[in-house]
Design a protein around this ligand. Structure first.
Ligand SMILES: C[S@@+](CC[C@H](N)C(=O)[O-])C[C@H]1O[C@@H](n2cnc3c(N)ncnc32)[C@H](O)[C@@H]1O
Length: 222
């Protein structure tokens, strides 16, 4: 069961009552999503792979806020994007409507996403020319990696609430989805995560975190 919650920047998020954790930072869902995934993730990665379709993999697709902001950016800046979300427990259509996220993106982006949300589950849909989405409804550990992604948005529940999503095994599994030069971003940073990613052949950067978090992590596959 998910409850809708207002965060400090005025945007909404969900609270998962089973896990006991929010889908986004309570300091601001929108500002976290923009800071960590859009700015440190897509804007950076699209400069590393100019003139190319960017394949994005999101772990923990949830409401799709990261997807919406990415699609909005991609549309405005004419960046083709192939987006795959891995989500073990997709939210309902009613929960999606309750987020009110339509106000943060172009009307055409919201319409394409909200009209086709359910159709994207376990099925790739071209929502707009050059912008496609599939939400894979399976736990991350059960999805076989294909190393063709340019960018991974790692947006699992936090270490405290879902430690298995931060184990070295699952992080190593996730890194196998990236091509050489590909980028991994997440809102959290721990010594263990830095060491693990370095050991798996990544260059790790500590960046300023979204409000409420001192630092975030970005890592590039060497
Ligand atoms: C922090 S929330 C994601 C927030 C999301 N990115 C958004 O913008 O709404 C974590 C998500 O991971 C999902 N999840 C939990 N365990 C998972 C697993 N083993 N594999 C894939 N997804 C999982 C949850 O259902 C939840 O949607």
């Amino acid at each position: 069961m998910n409850k809708i919650i207002l965060t400090e920047d005025g945007s909404k998020t969900l609270f998962n009552e089973t896990i006991g954790e929010h889908y986004h930072s309570t300091r601001g869902a929108l500002q976290e999503s923009k800071h960590v995934f859009l700015q440190a993730g897509l804007l950076h990665t699209s400069t590393l792979f100019p003139q190319q379709e960017i394949s994005i993999l999101e772990v923990g697709f949830g409401t799709g806020l990261n997807f919406l902001l990415s699609m909005d950016y991609a549309l405005e800046h004419r960046v083709p994007v192939r987006y795959t979300g891995i989500e073990a427990f997709p939210i309902t259509e009613a929960e999606l409507q309750a987020t009110d996220y339509q106000q943060y993106v172009a009307p055409a982006v919201w319409k394409a996403y909200s009209d086709h949300y359910s159709a994207c589950i376990d099925n790739r849909v071209e929502l707009m020319p050059g912008l496609s989405l599939e939400i894979v409804q399976r736990p991350l550990a059960e999805v076989s990696p294909v190393n063709n992604h340019h960018l991974v948005y790692y947006d699992a529940f936090s270490l405290q609430y879902q430690p298995e999503m931060w184990s070295n095994d699952i992080i190593e599994h996730t890194t196998k989805f990236l091509r050489p030069g590909g980028v991994f971003v997440t809102y959290a940073i721990t010594g263990n995560l830095k060491r693990a990613l370095t050991g798996f052949g990544f260059k790790v950067e500590k960046l300023v975190g979204a409000p409420g978090k001192r630092q975030m992590l970005r890592a590039t596959k060497l």
